[in-house]
Ligand binder design. Structure first.
Ligand code: HEC
Ligand code: HEC
Ligand code: HEC
Ligand code: HEC
Ligand code: HEC
Ligand code: HEC
Ligand code: HEC
Ligand code: HEC
Ligand code: HEC
Ligand code: HEC
Ligand code: HEC
Ligand code: HEC
Ligand code: HEC
Length: 443
């Protein structure tokens, strides 16, 4: 509004002085609208104009005005001209090429402009685009300030102490806008590449991947963690949590965490955040572990003490069920500690090795080891026929039912102070009783 009124006033003023192009360069007579008024008619007028046209222009002696004859020269060359009033902006460690060459007018107009900072075009990005064709245009995702053409939010247009004319170096450059990431940098466990340089994983301008990532998540992670890729490649089972799109970041924070190994939650909560449902993969069902644990009076000490990774590899494994040590996938296996290496990582293998014992196991009738009875020879029974490795309502983690072919056979296990009993479908009710060995004190 006021601009318009100003313009009308200038026009009135101009009509009054029409054909009166007196050259009083120090008093801006030249800006008379009939002559060069258009030069200062834009919103943002260079403050230098107030000080007079002669701060920058001088007559070369020729009468003025004349068609197609140069009657004025600049008082001195650019950039020296600009540096008469402005601090030199070509002195930093890194100087932008057009500034170095004194080409201020590649980006600025000397008189007035519709844009702030006397820029020739808006937004800033358009100014830069005169010379820089960023590959961003072709990419699916553009960083917000790049899309808006706010190049100067990250780059100094003139000179900088940092490479690539950056205002600051990452991560400080990035965290000035990204406050949550600034907080993450203060967490107890910080991923080294996050601390060092955000550009280890993100592109500053644009990307075809979400979140401006350089690569898909898994490829990104294994670009440094190549051991993990090797392990995945040579394993027969790769965890479903890795093969989906989010892959590694289903479990790890790429930035930082309160948990060790940058896990997003403590291990048990993490695993149960997915295993709180039944997964169906082909003909197979993967049991709802959360439900098993909730329904169980007794939880395996391994879970309480070590967590799920006490037995499972979270990434990949060549053992069945992603187990981290050998364990049979079916109901039978040769009776040896190697077959059940998983369990004997924490439990003593004499449990199945000593045929007669009063110490190796509580599962005995007198001194007859009933673990040995069930687990010997080439067709030893797997532990999971009787035990649930996760939890159970029965004592000693004994299953309610066990898979027998296609039949879910009930075990009807009862424990007693000195033993127990079961009445499975495969034999009649059997009892076992540990006899306390009374030391023979007779001579
Ligand atoms: C801050 C310095 C500065 C001031 C003050 C200044 N000019 Fe200029 N002027 C320039 C520069 C720089 C150029 C471009 C010269 C070139 O392209 O070589 C220019 C160019 C011109 C031109 C050439 C045509 C054009 O549009 O490029 C005219 C006419 C002109 N100025 C008139 C004026 C008038 C009238 C005033 C006072 C109202 C004025 N100038 C004040 C720096 C200034
Ligand atoms: C006679 C002194 C003088 C000269 C010569 C001069 N300027 Fe300025 N310029 C000023 C003053 C005064 C201001 C306003 C105060 C400030 O921002 O420093 C200004 C402001 C600017 C601004 C900021 C405008 C804004 O919107 O904030 C730019 C850009 C600029 N000048 C560029 C130039 C360029 C390019 C040259 C050389 C072609 C030049 N100046 C020469 C005095 C001058
Ligand atoms: C590559 C484009 C480009 C060139 C070349 C350039 N400038 Fe600038 N200049 C800018 C931009 C963009 C801004 C606004 C910065 C911002 O948004 O913070 C600016 C701002 C300014 C300002 C006001 C703010 C400040 O930094 O003091 C001055 C004065 C200025 N330029 C002078 C010059 C002079 C003098 C030259 C030549 C020696 C020059 N510029 C060359 C792009 C340029
Ligand atoms: C008049 C042409 C021109 C304009 C306009 C221009 N640049 Fe440049 N810029 C160059 C040249 C030439 C180089 C040096 C050659 C190169 O590395 O590509 C350069 C280099 C750069 C670099 C790399 C510096 C380094 O250390 O490697 C950055 C960053 C940059 N420009 C950003 C910008 C930004 C941001 C703008 C807009 C504010 C802009 N440029 C506008 C010509 C220009
Ligand atoms: C969010 C901050 C940010 C914004 C916004 C930004 N840049 Fe950059 N730019 C960077 C960083 C960081 C680098 C350095 C990359 C490196 O070291 O590999 C860079 C590098 C560059 C380079 C050097 C060549 C290259 O591509 O690596 C040019 C040219 C450049 N930017 C131009 C621009 C232009 C033009 C814009 C506006 C359209 C812009 N930048 C906006 C952060 C930014
Ligand atoms: C001038 C402010 C600014 C700076 C500086 C800045 N960003 Fe951003 N960035 C934004 C805005 C705004 C968004 C979009 C809103 C959001 O998701 O927070 C964004 C989004 C992002 C995203 C998410 C993109 C998506 O698709 O959700 C990433 C990743 C990112 N920035 C990384 C960086 C990195 C790395 C740097 C430093 C090189 C950086 N940013 C510097 C403002 C900035
Ligand atoms: C090791 C690789 C890596 C490094 C280094 C890294 N990031 Fe990220 N960043 C990621 C991944 C992967 C995502 C996607 C996370 C997701 O989707 O949950 C992401 C997401 C983001 C987002 C989007 C967050 C959101 O909630 O959408 C921002 C912003 C971001 N990063 C900023 C940064 C900043 C700032 C730095 C440097 C201080 C940085 N990143 C360093 C890998 C990295
Ligand atoms: C630029 C290289 C780089 C990228 C990309 C990278 N990391 Fe890392 N990462 C490291 C370095 C360096 C360490 C610390 C040294 C070590 O323990 O291997 C580390 C450590 C880790 C650790 C802890 C290892 C331990 O033994 O304590 C985990 C977990 C991790 N990174 C996961 C990821 C995930 C997930 C991604 C993908 C989002 C990723 N990393 C991407 C370099 C990288
Ligand atoms: C299902 C969750 C989950 C997924 C998905 C996952 N991890 Fe892990 N990762 C873990 C857990 C839990 C640990 C800690 C194991 C421990 O403490 O023994 C770990 C440990 C690590 C370590 C430390 C060294 C090691 O071998 O224990 C690295 C490195 C690592 N992960 C990288 C990755 C990479 C790369 C990906 C993607 C290919 C990935 N992780 C996917 C849960 C996961
Ligand atoms: C003591 C070792 C051990 C611990 C600790 C353990 N598991 Fe298991 N897990 C096994 C064994 C053995 C199997 C194979 C079960 C079978 O044959 O029925 C298995 C199977 C699974 C399966 C596949 C189930 C199916 O139906 O195919 C999932 C899922 C699973 N475990 C998740 C977990 C989670 C989550 C945790 C932590 C809460 C955990 N496990 C802790 C030993 C363990
Ligand atoms: C992001 C979700 C997610 C998380 C978190 C997760 N899992 Fe899984 N897990 C799956 C899916 C999906 C499957 C089914 C895989 C398939 O397609 O065969 C699976 C399968 C399994 C299996 C059976 C593998 C087989 O082939 O027999 C085990 C064991 C397992 N997960 C253990 C764990 C453990 C231990 C953790 C914690 C370290 C964990 N999971 C965390 C999604 C997850
Ligand atoms: C990571 C170590 C670890 C692994 C591996 C492990 N266990 Fe355990 N197990 C424990 C701990 C700890 C307890 C609790 C012992 C206690 O409270 O004295 C326990 C207890 C048990 C009990 C219950 C004892 C009772 O009388 O209540 C059974 C049964 C059992 N484990 C069977 C197995 C089987 C079968 C395997 C292999 C599939 C296995 N364990 C693998 C650590 C482990
Ligand atoms: C035929 C069913 C059956 C099989 C097969 C079986 N167990 Fe047991 N197990 C039991 C019973 C019953 C108890 C409870 C003994 C008691 O009353 O204290 C038990 C107890 C245990 C205990 C607690 C300590 C002890 O020995 O009393 C552990 C540990 C154990 N079993 C591990 C295993 C492992 C490892 C396997 C596989 C190698 C396995 N069991 C196979 C029935 C079985």
């Amino acid at each position: 509004m006021w601009n318009k009124i100003g313009l009308i006033l200038i026009i009135l003023f101009a009509t009054f002085f029409k054909a009166n192009c007196q050259i009083d360069t120090s008093k801006n007579g030249c800006a008379n609208i009939a002559c060069h008024g258009n030069l200062i008619s834009q919103d943002v007028v260079h403050d230098a104009i107030k000080r007079g046209c002669d701060k920058c222009h001088q007559s070369n002696g020729q009468p003025h005005p004349q068609k197609n004859v140069q009657t004025f020269t600049l008082v001195t060359n650019i950039p020296a001209l600009c540096y008469k009033c402005h601090d030199e902006n070509n002195t930093g460690r890194v100087v932008h090429s057009p500034v170095q060459k004194g080409n201020c007018l590649a980006c600025h107009t000397p008189h007035s402009s519709p844009e702030s900072y006397l820029l020739k075009i808006n937004p800033t990005g358009e100014v830069c685009a005169q010379c820089h064709k960023l590959e961003s245009a072709q990419k699916r995702f553009k960083h917000d300030p790049v899309a808006k053409g706010d190049c100067a939010k990250c780059h100094e247009p003139h000179t900088s102490e940092f490479d690539k004319l950056l205002i600051k170096e990452p991560p400080a450059l990035c965290t000035k806008c990204h406050k949550p990431q600034a907080e993450e940098l203060k967490m107890p466990n910080v991923h080294p590449p996050f601390q060092n340089n955000c550009l280890n994983c993100h592109n500053q301008h644009s990307s075809n991947e979400e979140k401006l990532l350089d690569l898909t998540t898994q490829n990104l992670c294994v670009s440094c963690h190549d051991d993990m890729q090797k392990k995945i490649d040579k394993s027969t089972t790769v965890h479903g949590a890795i093969t989906d799109k989010r892959s590694c970041i289903n479990c790890h924070s790429p930035h930082a965490s309160n948990e060790k190994r940058f896990l997003i939650k403590d291990v048990k909560t993490l695993c149960l955040s997915c295993h709180d449902r039944t997964y169906t993969t082909g003909p197979r069902k993967v049991a709802n572990i959360s439900q098993i644990l909730q329904k169980s009076k007794n939880i395996h000490g391994a879970i309480e003490k070590v967590g799920c990774v006490g037995c499972h590899d979270p990434h990949a494994s060549s053992n069945p069920f992603l187990l981290n040590k050998a364990f049979p996938s079916g109901s039978y296996a040769p009776a040896s500690k190697e077959s059940f290496a998983l369990c004997f990582n924490c439990h003593k293998s004499e449990l199945i090795e000593k045929q007669v014992t009063t110490t190796a196991t509580g599962f005995r009738n007198g001194d007859k080891n009933l673990h040995f009875v069930h687990i010997n020879g080439e067709k030893g029974r797997s532990c999971v026929i009787c035990h649930n490795p996760h939890g159970s309502n029965n004592d000693h983690l004994i299953n309610d039912k066990t898979q027998f072919g296609t039949w879910e056979m009930p075990l009807k296990y009862q424990s007693t102070e000195n033993g127990g009993s079961c009445a499975p479908g495969c034999h009649a009710e059997r009892k076992y009783e540990r006899v306390t060995v009374i030391p023979d004190t007779k001579k």
